[in-house]
Design a protein around this ligand. Structure first.
Ligand code: ADP
Ligand code: S3P
Ligand code: MG
Length: 259
């Protein structure tokens, strides 16, 4: 064997060790998930990830390859989140509820923390149609927009592990709810009319609230929609005066307990 071959063999041995240690690390992630579930501990714990990063920085502080190693660890941590998510869920998670309850905000956060694809239905429709929701309502009318939602929902059934933020009206059609249930769990977010008003008052992107930014109108429409929302929900989480992190944790806990 020449010298180069010998060096390459050492490299191969090194790869083997990395594979083995990565496998061990991923098994530990699963073990942690099982332990948390069994002992009713918080599941997401973003502060623990901060601690982990700190520890990692101390491990590499003197290392010649510090930047390269940190780059690799970004992928390792991303994949750990993915394993964590797969341990918890194999289906889609769909967030429904009235305008301003925080569906888009919470979905985006959940997708980051679970390293899962995020689908914003409103945005998908805007991109596909090449115009804003206000413009779609003005040019083609509400029914056209609702049909776009139904078609998109059918399309989304092809994917798994997606965090899907539904527009506030999606759960009003029974056929949409049937589509959601095929491959997903439905999370209903709620909030009081006062909190909703506070959250939506500065935005002009919701055609149904144009000229109706008051609690009386919000309250009335919310009551009209409530039975459909509640019938569609697998779990319900109230968002009043809660931080996004708290809401996300509550969703994950309720979904894993199957409440
Ligand atoms: N838990 C929360 N606390 C405070 N503000 C929030 C919370 N959730 C969402 N918001 C804010 O409320 C507004 C509406 O949220 P958004 O996610 O767009 O709601 P939805 O998609 O349900 O209409 C946004 O400005 C967002 O930043
Ligand atoms: O409740 C509704 O009928 C709607 C809610 C909006 O989404 P958000 O709930 O994300 O604001 C958007 O789909 C459209 O303006 C109609
Ligand atoms: Mg939204």
């Amino acid at each position: 064997m020449n010298q180069l071959e010998e060096i390459r063999q050492r490299l191969d041995l090194c790869d083997k060790k990395i594979v083995s240690v990565l496998e061990e690390r991923m098994d530990i992630i699963k073990e942690i998930m099982v332990y948390k579930k069994e002992n009713g501990l918080p599941i997401l714990q973003p502060e623990q990830e901060k601690h982990q990063r700190k520890m990692l920085m101390t491990h590499v502080s003197e290392n010649t390859y510090k930047n390269e190693i940190l780059d690799i660890f970004a992928y390792i941590l991303e994949n750990s989140r993915r394993i964590q998510a797969r341990t918890l869920f194999t289906h889609n998670i769909l967030l429904i509820g009235f305008m301003g309850v925080g569906k888009s905000t919470v979905s985006s956060y959940l997708s980051k923390i679970l390293a899962s694809p995020y689908v914003e239905m409103d945005q998908e429709i805007v991109d596909k149609e090449g115009m804003s929701i206000n413009k779609i309502f003005e040019e083609y009318g509400e029914t056209y927009f609702r049909n776009c939602e139904t078609n998109l929902l059918i399309e989304l059934q092809k994917g798994n592990n997606q965090i899907i933020s539904c527009g506030g009206g999606v759960a009003m059609r029974d056929e949409n709810v049937a589509e959601m249930k095929k491959n997903g769990k439905v999370v209903l977010l709620t909030a009081s009319p006062e909190v909703i008003l506070e959250r939506v008052k500065d935005s002009d992107e919701r055609p149904l609230l144009r000229g109706h930014k008051n609690t009386e109108y919000i309250s009335k429409l919310m009551e009209e929609r409530r039975p459909k929302y509640e019938a569609a929900a697998d779990v319900i989480v109230n968002t009043d005066h809660k931080r996004v992190e708290e809401i996300a944790e509550e969703i994950v806990v309720k979904l894993t307990r199957g409440e």
